[in-house]
Design a protein around this ligand. Structure first.
Ligand code: PLP
Length: 370
């Protein structure tokens, strides 16, 4: 949920502080100051300067802007090839598919059993026509973290622009775009207990991309349209709180995750726990119930858990009215049945040890091994 302190910070900007940042009068200037202060705070997510931050309407919009903005700019230079991975969020994959339908060439890299990209495969995929590499930092379904510093080094050696979808890691991990070597990265406020409907794109100074929305001169002429000051203020408050509480939250999530893993292992021994090795986010745990030992379906499991007040996500998604297994689990090499029998737990600021114990007890009652 939105942190109550975030809500309090936003409320005045829906009522008495309703100026438009483009207006010259005092109400406008008050809104402009609030917007620019918010930009300065949100820039901390990327250890960037405020001029490198563009507010967008979501993480998805920031991703669309990054990819299409670079591609449109580079196409005039004869570069028409993008490299991405098969485990990206749909915001990246569907954007790449759209560009492919419009004449671009796209390489979708295979990933390993934990949804990570192999940098050897990445090197092999690069051609003189590659304009963009877009590979996520942390995977939203599995929580595994990609070797983005290494990927950035490869991109930089070949003078290719590197975008990383950092929606899941932003705020949760310390990200310095400069020391990691990122040209473009994006965030979404609702992942940090901020409001829905606002995201941000980091554009490293010097990186050129086409303007996103045409119209007024807002956002330094990159994204025209009257800015959403209240949501920007909320995003900034959420950032401030998350950065301040990051260490504490990281310790809390790590111990909750460890506890969940241990209790699940003890009570339901044949489960598969994803991304146990290597770097991963402490607030996400993905678990599969393999068909060799279980006969169950993620959707049914999810509904049964929901009836007992436990909200998890499943390893499948509703696409055009039918349930499709997760493209991430399929890319990791799991069969459709196992992908379908997968659930993802994610923790927030308010998750407790008692909730973990209850979850494991309920799961042990519902899940029966063959
Ligand atoms: N990328 C990743 C990795 C995500 O997890 C999400 C949302 O969950 C997005 C992009 C899209 O962000 P938004 O919901 O702000 O559009």
């Amino acid at each position: 949920m939105v942190d109550p302190r975030v809500l309090d910070a936003m409320l005045p900007y829906f009522s008495e502080k309703f100026g438009n940042p483009s207006s010259i009068h005092r109400y406008g200037q008050e809104a402009k100051v609030a917007l620019e202060n918010a930009r300065e705070t949100v820039a901390q997510l990327f250890a960037a300067s405020p001029a490198e931050i563009v507010f967008t309407g979501s993480g998805t919009e920031a991703i669309n802007f990054a990819i299409k903005g670079v591609v449109l700019h580079q196409i005039a230079r004869g570069k028409d090839h993008i490299i991405t991975s098969k485990a990206e969020h749909h915001a990246v994959l569907k954007t790449c598919e759209y560009l492919e339908m419009n004449g671009m060439h796209v390489t979708y890299l295979d990933v390993d059993r934990d949804a990570r990209v192999d940098t050897v495969l990445l090197r092999q995929a690069i051609t003189p026509r590659t304009s963009l590499i877009t590979i996520m930092h942390a995977n939203n379904e599995i929580g595994s973290v990609n070797p983005i510093r290494k990927i950035a080094e490869i991109a930089s050696e070949q003078e290719i622009i590197f975008h990383s979808d950092t929606v899941q890691s932003c705020g949760k991990m310390e990200i310095s775009c400069r020391s990691l070597g990122l040209d473009l990265a994006n965030a979404s406020a609702h992942k940090l207990h901020g409001p829905k409907g606002i995201g941000a794109l980091f554009i490293r100074q010097g990186v050129e991309l086409e303007q996103w929305c045409h119209g007024g001169l807002q956002e330094r002429g990159r994204r025209a349209g009257t800015e959403n000051v209240a949501l920007a203020v909320g995003f900034a408050k959420a950032t401030e709180l998350y950065v301040r509480e990051r260490e504490h939250l990281s310790m809390l999530f790590t111990s909750l995750k460890q506890m969940l893993i241990e209790q699940l292992r003890r009570n339901i021994p044949h489960i598969i726990i994803h991304a146990e090795n290597g770097e991963s986010l402490p607030n996400i745990l993905s678990v599969s119930f393999p068909s060799s030992h279980f006969t169950l379906n993620g959707e049914t499991l999810l509904i049964n858990l929901d009836l007992r007040g436990i909200s998890v996500s499943s390893g499948s998604a509703c696409t055009s009215g039918s349930i499709e297994p997760s493209h991430v689990l399929l890319a990791m090499g799991y069969d459709e049945q196992t992908a379908d029998a997968t659930i993802r737990f994610s923790f927030g600021k308010n998750t407790t040890e008692k909730e973990i114990r209850t979850t494991v007890n309920v799961l042990s009652e519902i899940v029966r091994e063959k």
